[in-house]
Design a protein around this ligand. Sequence first.
Ligand SMILES: C[C@@]1(CC(=O)O)c2cc3[nH]c(cc4nc(cc5[nH]c(cc(n2)[C@H]1CCC(=O)O)[C@@](C)(CC(=O)O)[C@@H]5CCC(=O)O)C(CC(=O)O)=C4CCC(=O)O)c(CCC(=O)O)c3CC(=O)O
Ligand SMILES: NC(=O)C1=CN([C@@H]2O[C@H](COP(=O)(O)OP(=O)(O)OC[C@H]3O[C@@H](n4cnc5c(N)ncnc54)[C@H](O)[C@@H]3O)[C@@H](O)[C@H]2O)C=CC1
Length: 215
Amino acid sequence: MIPLVHDLSDETVVVFGGGPVGARKAHRFAREARTVVVSPEFADRDFGDAERVRAAPAPDEVPDWVERFAPALVVAATDDDAVNDAVVAAARDAGALVNRADRSGERDAGSVVVPATVEDGDVSVAITTGGASPALSKHLRERVEAELEGAGEMAALTAELRAELKASDRSPTERRDAIRAVVRNPSVWKALRTGDANPRQEAARVIRDTQRGDS
Ligand SMILES: C[C@@]1(CC(=O)O)c2cc3[nH]c(cc4nc(cc5[nH]c(cc(n2)[C@H]1CCC(=O)O)[C@@](C)(CC(=O)O)[C@@H]5CCC(=O)O)C(CC(=O)O)=C4CCC(=O)O)c(CCC(=O)O)c3CC(=O)O
Ligand SMILES: NC(=O)C1=CN([C@@H]2O[C@H](COP(=O)(O)OP(=O)(O)OC[C@H]3O[C@@H](n4cnc5c(N)ncnc54)[C@H](O)[C@@H]3O)[C@@H](O)[C@H]2O)C=CC1
């Protein structure tokens, strides 16, 4: 399996099943996409900004529900095997991606896994075990969380620096060395994380040093 990053803004995601699993997926997707949860009942969980539609479609009614919302992604998270099968078939017929929450193996084309993710600004890390051990994905995600502190700000800072360096007369090699030195530099990270020093000034100092050949 190869992780790819998907932009779901301006798209619709439909989740079938309003249990704890449907709620977790809906909460995640609703941060970016219009998300609709279809279920006869809803767990006492945080569904984020997802819309809830109370219904219990039979398998042969699932295609109508999928067509109604024209989703880019459909999630099968009910506790009913026949309904989940129908969700997968309807998503495939509609040309939508499908995530099946109750199966680890037997993936068809268009079937996707939801990884554990850590985000900090524009930076995201996704962890999957290829379906082998979701609990391990969760555990590793918790460990990576601390590691990523400040990464969003580092991405924003270096995006600015890249633009400035591109507009300067520096060669591509000098630009690459400068940016590499900034992202590796402990003082810049410390400034971003603690606010004790000005990260921009720290970065400017690091870039000056690379020009002098110090790093
Ligand atoms: C294949 C996949 C399909 C998919 O859902 O996309 C899938 C399938 C299944 N999960 C099951 C169980 C659990 N899932 C979790 C947690 C998460 N599961 C997630 C993803 C995935 N789960 C995909 C593979 C991801 C990968 O490749 O690693 C995460 C990462 C993302 C998310 O869902 O948001 C989220 C952590 C989010 C976070 O915290 O960051 C926990 C842990 C807990 O609850 O504490 C348990 C209990 C412990 C255990 O069983 O491991 C079962 C058995 C159900 C049963 O026994 O009935 C199945 C079905 C089966 O295995 O057949
Ligand atoms: N992917 C994952 O991370 C995990 C997956 N699972 C699997 O995912 C499934 C869902 O897990 P939970 O949320 O814990 O189960 P749950 O049983 O608490 O929730 C299932 C939901 O589906 C709804 N539902 C039933 N028939 C429906 C229909 N025809 N249309 C729409 N909704 C319908 C129920 O009302 C309920 O709200 C289970 O099959 C479980 O094996 C379980 C744990 C983790």
